[in-house]
Design a protein around this ligand. Structure first.
Ligand code: AMP
Length: 631
């Protein structure tokens, strides 16, 4: 048996041999000529010349062996619905949706934006897009009109697929109204909008543009739409993620490399087998949803659970009830979700038969030891932390238990996954740092299959953003601080940039600042991420107002804070809403005008604000201290 150390070493030393073997885990229409073309670094093309299709690998190829087995198990505790789709049924629904899209003129390379709650039709739409070679861009349902409009303008979708509403804790959350606002703001409105009517909210239709999904589906009932065979590097999807500018980046994913990476990860990291059941509690709007609600489990021939609801409704046992009922073998969630469950009666962990469950994976944010221990002991199952990013599409650090069940260490997501040549670099001069020294986590190029291939429509931004922190070397920066111990285990120590992580969701402080600044009475604002017991971090804003009379009394101040929050809700969505908006007269900046966000953050967390030799007005920090003490 190979040890994991040898397995990883070979994946770096003999990329061709290693990935050729992994590529056999998926079907190719035409075999590839070359495993890797890295002649134009940092752009890597995997499985050059091979043609394949994600939908074929996720659905069609399983029909013969497991057509009558479950592919999608849909559970909504919001609408009290449960629906199962076998691979045969999923195949039919995807063909109908593909027929609808083709009928609307969508073809290879066209973009389709999907702004959907967690309903089966969202998955049908994604699979239908990749079936016909269209590029989907799923936008998280929690984002509001301005966030949505920015993404519409960047992706320029021919068609948008949406619904009347989502539902959160039993309350309808409008989608169509926000979508209409976004389209009104957009410079590139879509030609057609396909709408699923769930009967949860008003659904006014715009004549000539809006189309009812049920009517279209009936018209395409018997459609059979063949898979479009794409060259491996052709894009499968774009997924927007926040960075340090106000403009989100469209992470572009290929087709063949992604299929292989996911298939390999299901085997070596997630230990999932065909015929078993995978349950990821994420949302299709995030990368985990793409990789491990939709494509990964299906490519592996597993049934996947799609869950609409909260972890604690009707009670804190709901997820474990699903595990028992559907014999879930593999589960994927986030530390925040577990911290939410930790506040519930621990008896829920013992109430259901969890004997089918083998492993619980947690990712998206640092996993603290008390949370890890609580859930591991409570369930009596191994908990596997794993570290990755929207950009990489699958884990960078984990314990690849399918190869060797190395021991895990609390606080560490583990060791570099095969394919990733992970190193730590000094932020100052880009020199590599050794064991037990803090550095920026970097990946020596090429990135392995499945990782982002570029920023949508902006190769230059891809190179400048990710590949310039280490001079004269092709190194991808994760923008995370890390440290490696002498056994080769990594520990992640937070972001090096202004990106914050709220409940496992990445948010750019600049985007929130821009939104707050659009409020007519805000002159200036700084947003920082502050440590939070439940959500890991929350956004906290410090704002300077134009007209101070509007915050002259404590009551007025509170009302003004509420108003600012509402602005963010309406533009970006409640997910980006700051937990607090404090008002100050001046913001701490350097003499060259750069906001001292790290110092503000340190004060909020009761830490030393660091080097302040360049500060323009030292009293500005006192104002931050006073503002926090005030509440
Ligand atoms: P996203 O692209 O939204 O998934 O966010 C990726 C970021 O989340 C990473 O760059 C890390 O800062 C953080 N992150 C993800 N997984 C972990 C983990 N297991 N431990 C610590 N931080 C994590």
């Amino acid at each position: 048996m190979t040890t994991y150390r040898e397995f990883h070493a070979r994946s770096i030393r003999d990329k061709d041999g290693f990935w050729r073997e992994q590529a056999a885990l998926v079907d190719w229409k035409k075999p590839f000529d070359r495993v890797l073309d890295y002649s134009r670094p940092p752009f890597a093309n995997w499985f050059v010349g091979g043609t394949t299709n994600l939908c074929h690998n996720a659905v069609d190829r399983h029909l013969a062996a497991r057509g009558e087995q479950n592919a999608l198990i849909y559970v909504s505790t919001e609408t009290d619905q449960e629906k199962n789709y076998t691979f045969n049924q999923l195949y039919r629904e995807v063909n109908r949706f593909a027929g609808i899209l083709k009928g609307l003129g969508v073809g290879r390379g066209d973009r389709v934006l999907i702004y959907m709650p967690m309903i089966p039709e969202a998955m049908f739409a994604m699979l239908a897009c990749v079936r016909i070679g269209a590029i989907h861009s799923v936008v998280f349902g929690g984002f509001a009109s301005v966030s949505l409009a920015t993404r519409i303008d960047d992706a320029k979708p021919k068609v948008i697929v949406s619904a009347d509403a989502g539902s959160r804790a039993g309350k309808a959350v409008p989608y169509k109204a926000l979508l209409d606002e976004a389209i009104a703001l957009s410079k590139c409105p879509p030609g057609k909008v396909v709408l699923v009517n769930r009967g949860l909210a008003e659904l006014p239709m715009v004549a000539g543009r809006d189309l009812d999904y049920a009517t279209l589906r009936a018209a395409h009932m018997n459609d059979e739409v063949p898979c479009e065979w794409l060259e491996s590097s052709e894009p499968s999807y774009i997924l927007y993620t926040s960075g340090t500018t106000g403009r989100p980046k469209g992470v572009q994913r290929d087709t063949g490399g992604y299929a292989v990476a996911l298939a390999a990860s299901m085997k070596h990291i997630f230990c999932g087998n065909a015929g078993e059941t995978y349950f990821s509690t994420s949302d299709i709007g995030w990368v985990v949803g793409h990789s491990y609600i939709v494509y990964g489990p299906l490519i592996a021939g597993m049934a996947t659970v799609m869950y609409e609801g909260t972890p604690i409704r009707p009670d804190g046992g709901i997820w474990w009830k699903i595990v028992e009922q559907h014999k879930v073998t593999t589960m994927f969630s986030s530390p925040t979700a577990i911290r939410v469950l930790k506040k519930q009666d621990p008896a829920f962990l013992k109430k259901y038969d969890l004997s089918s469950l083998r492993l619980l994976f947690l990712a998206g944010e640092p996993l603290d030891e008390p949370t890890a221990r609580w859930i591991a002991d409570g369930l009596g199952k191994p908990v596997v932390d794993n570290y990755w990013q929207t950009e990489t599409g699958w884990p960078i650090l984990a314990i690849p238990r399918g190869v060797e069940a190395l021991p895990s260490k609390f606080g560490s997501p583990g060791v570099p996954c095969y394919g990733y040549d992970v190193k730590l670099f000094s932020e100052i001069d880009g020199a590599e740092v050794g064991a037990d020294q803090k550095g920026v986590v970097g990946i020596e190029g090429p990135l392995p299959p499945g990782c982002m291939t570029t920023v949508w429509d902006d190769d230059e931004r891809f190179v400048k953003t990710y590949w310039t922190s280490v001079p004269n070397r092709q190194v991808y920066s994760t923008f995370d601080w890390g440290i490696r111990d002498k056994d080769g285990y990594y520990f992640i120590l937070g972001r090096t940039d202004d990106v914050i992580n709220v409940a496992g969701h990445r948010l750019g402080t600049r985007e929130i600042e821009e939104s707050i600044s659009s409020h007519p009475n805000i002159a200036e604002v700084a947003v920082v991420g502050v440590a939070d017991q439940l959500k890991g971090q929350v956004a906290v804003a410090f704002a300077v107002v134009k007209d101070a009379s509007k915050i002259a009394t404590p009551e007025l101040k509170l009302a003004h804070e509420g108003e600012v929050m509402k602005t963010v809700d309406a533009q970006l969505g409640a997910v980006a809403r700051p937990a607090r908006v404090h008002f100050v007269n001046v913001l701490p900046k350097t003499r060259s005008g750069k906001l001292l966000r790290r110092s503000i953050q340190a004060i909020c967390e009761g830490r030393d604000p660091g080097d302040l030799t360049t500060i323009e007005d030292p009293t500005a920090l006192d104002q931050i201290r006073a503002a926090i003490a005030d509440r």
